[in-house]
Design a protein around this ligand. Sequence first.
Ligand code: SAH
Length: 490
Amino acid sequence: MSSNKFSNRTNNWKKNDTVSIRITDVGQNGEGIGRTEDGYTIFTKNTVPGDLAEIRIVKTQKTYGFGRLMRLLEASKDRTEPFCPIAGQCGGCQLQHMTYEAELQLKENKVRNDLERIGGIVTERRTADAGSEDQADRTGNVRMEPIVGMDVNRRYRNKAQFPIGEDGQGNPVAGFYAGHSHRIIPCEDCQLGVEENREILRAVLDWMKEQRVAAYNEETGKGIVRHVLIRKGFATGEIIVCLIINARELPRKDALIDRLSVLKGMVGITISSNTKKTNVIMNAPVRTIWGRGEIEDILRSEAFGVQVRYSISPASFYQVNPVQTEKIYQKVLELADLSGTETVMDLYCGIGTISLFLAAKAAKVIGVEIVPEAIEDAKKNAAMNGIENAEFYVGKAEEVVPALYAKGAKADVVVVDPPRKGCDQKLLDTILQMDPGRLVYVSCDPATLARDLKFLTANGYELKYVQPYDQFCHTVHVETCCLLEKTVVG
Ligand code: SAH
C-alpha cells in the first residue's frame, strides 16, 4: 500500500517542478489548497481561493505536497494587500492577504463544515430574508447565526509577547519569530497589538543599547533579555510590562525604570527569570521591580447589568480580545438563561472570568480549572467584586467533576470552555449523569466541538443554537458559542 518513503518522486510530481493551479480551498494553517489536473493536492502559503497561481513544489508526500507561490496569474476577488509589511514571513497572521469579508466567510464555513462532516449536524444560516423561525424549524436543521466579526479588526489584542534578539551589528531588536523558526524578524509595531507597545519596546531597546545590556542568544545561552511581555487593560488603560531575563536579577534596572515608569498607563514593571535553554517563555514567578504586580480590567454586559473587575498578573491566562470576549460572555449569560435559583458549573474556568459573570445571575457557581494560580486569581477576583456565591476547585475537570458529583453536587446549567482538544470523554459522561437542563459550550476549535456535539446530541441533548465569533482576526482561529438543551421526550 505505502509508497517508498525515501523516494522524492510522488505521483507525477517532484520537488522544484512548477505548475499552475487554481486555489479552491484553505487548509488548517491558512494555506491555499489547489489540485493539479491529475489530482495531486498542493498546499501553498499566501494564496487565496480563486487565485490562479504559478507555484513551485517545495516538498512532496504521497497524496499531497507543498508549494511556494512564484507568480499570480489571476488574483482572486477575495485577495487584498496585507496591511503588515512582514505578514508573509511572520507566523502570527495567516489570513492577511484575504479581505476581511472573505476571512469571516471562511471561518463561518469552517464551523458549518466541521459540524456537518464530523458531527453529522446540518445547520442553516440565519439571514435577514430567511423567513420566519417556523419555516426553518420545519427543516429540522440547527440554526446557525452569521459569524460576529469586528468593525475595527486591528489593535484588538491586549497582550503581546516580543522575543528580543540582536541584528548582527550589535543592536538589540524586538520582533516576531519567522513561521516555524527562531529567527527574529524585527517589528516593533504589530498591528494586532496596542499602539503603546511601540514606545515601550523602543524604551527597552534604547535602555539595552545605552546600558550595554545584551539580548539573549539562543545558541550560546549568553545575554540577558529574552522576551518583553506587555499587557493592557482596555477598560482601565492600565499597562504592565514583564521582562523575561536570563539572569537572577536585572542589571541596570533603575535606568529601565526611569524610562518605562513615565510612559502613559504604566502601572507596573516586572521581571521573570528564565535561565534555561528552553522554548518555554516564562517558567518562574513574576517579581515586581516597580509599581504593581498586576493590572485591573473590567468586562461588562450592559444588557444584563453585569460588570466584573479582574486583577490580572503577567502570567495569568486572560482572553486576549476583550471586545469580542464581552460579546461572548454576554451570549453565555443569555444562553444560560438564569433565573437566580440555579447552580451553574463553569468548567475550564481559567481565572473565573465567565464564572464571575454568571455569579450575578445564579444561586451558586462552581468553577473548575487545572492551573492552581488561575484558581488563586479566580478567588481573589471573586473577593474583589464582593461575590460570595462562587466556589472554585483546582484539578482536571474530568476528575474534579466526577468527584463532586459522587458527593452529591448537581448543576442545572453547565458551561464548558475547553482548550483546543475539547472535553474529555469522562467529563462528558459525568455531565450526562448530572443531567443539566442546559449546556453552553464555548469552543476554540470547531473540529473537537463537532466531535463533542455528536456525542451529546446522540445522548439526550438537542443542539439549539450556534454562534461563531471572530475572536482572533487575521489568524485561522475561530471561536464558537453553542447551546444544548435536554431533549424533550414525547
Ligand atoms: N473560561 C476561561 C478560560 C478558557 S481557556 C476564560 O474565558 O478566560 C481553557 C482553560 O482550560 C485554561 O485556563 C486551561 O488551563 C484549562 N484547562 C486545560 N485542561 C483542563 C482540564 N483537563 N481540566 C480543567 N481545566 C483545564
